[in-house]
Design a protein around this ligand. Structure first.
Ligand code: FMN
Length: 214
């Protein structure tokens, strides 16, 4: 069975079985881990790619993809430029939303919660694992700022290459965030648009769950 049919078979299996209250783990991050494993096992391209939505101080929403680089009870981690558009948004309004669009499986996971800046030690540890090219690029790109031309960008990269022949330090603008989930929805496509939507909401020290109409 090739991968394409694998995914089709899985999608059908999930759609037939659906998502029942009895399928839910006690907490959303355990549940997320199960679905993430399914997405990986199905061979989805970059299952850790998620849409991050932020809102500006003027109330303008914006969204973009970022890569999930860590998931635990504390939350979901991604790395970026903290002075980028998203970084400026999060500095003013930490509440944000994440979406995992696993549509080949007819699944999506939606997360809402505040994003907290990661400690510098965590950022440095991750930065060190990145390929040299990405580390240099992080120095050359003042993410979201207007650049005059491609040539200007290329010159900035060449300059970074020269400035850091060996070690590449963490750029001052570079950092990461951990989104602490307050609301997590698991969406499973079902026939006839009668999809399953089960939502976890933080409640005291634990979680309560509810079902939403599709
Ligand atoms: C699949 C995919 C993964 C991406 N991952 C990241 C990421 O982890 N961090 C990041 O800063 N940008 C990432 N990007 C680029 C962002 O989507 C975006 O262009 C950039 O962060 C600037 O966004 P902003 O101007 O809204 O801040 C990714 C793009 C794609 C298509």
């Amino acid at each position: 069975m090739d991968r394409q049919r694998d995914v089709a078979a899985l999608r059908r299996e999930y759609a037939d079985h659906g998502l029942a209250e009895s399928d839910l783990a006690a907490d959303p991050m355990t549940m997320f881990g199960r679905w993430f494993d399914d997405a990986r096992a199905a061979g989805l391209h970059e299952p850790n790619a998620m849409v991050l939505a932020t809102v500006s101080p003027h109330g303008q929403p914006s969204s973009r993809m970022v890569l999930l680089k860590g998931a635990s009870d504390e939350g979901l981690v991604f790395f970026t430029n903290v002075r980028s558009r998203k970084g400026e948004d999060l500095a003013a309004e930490p509440r944000c939303a994440l979406l995992f669009p696993w549509h080949p499986l007819e699944r999506q996971v939606r997360v809402e919660g505040p994003a907290a800046v990661l400690p510098p030690a965590d950022v440095a540890a991750y930065f060190a694992t990145r390929p040299r090219g990405s580390r240099l690029g992080a120095h050359a790109s003042h993410q979201s700022r207007v650049v005059a031309s491609r040539a200007e960008l290329d010159a900035a990269y060449a300059q970074a290459e020269k400035a850091f022949p060996d070690e590449v330090p963490v750029p001052e603008e570079w950092g990461g965030y951990r989104v602490r989930p307050e609301v997590v929805e698991f969406w499973q496509g079902r026939p006839g648009r009668m999809h399953d939507r089960l939502v976890y909401r933080r409640s005291g020290d634990g979680w309560r769950t509810e079902r939403l109409a599709p």
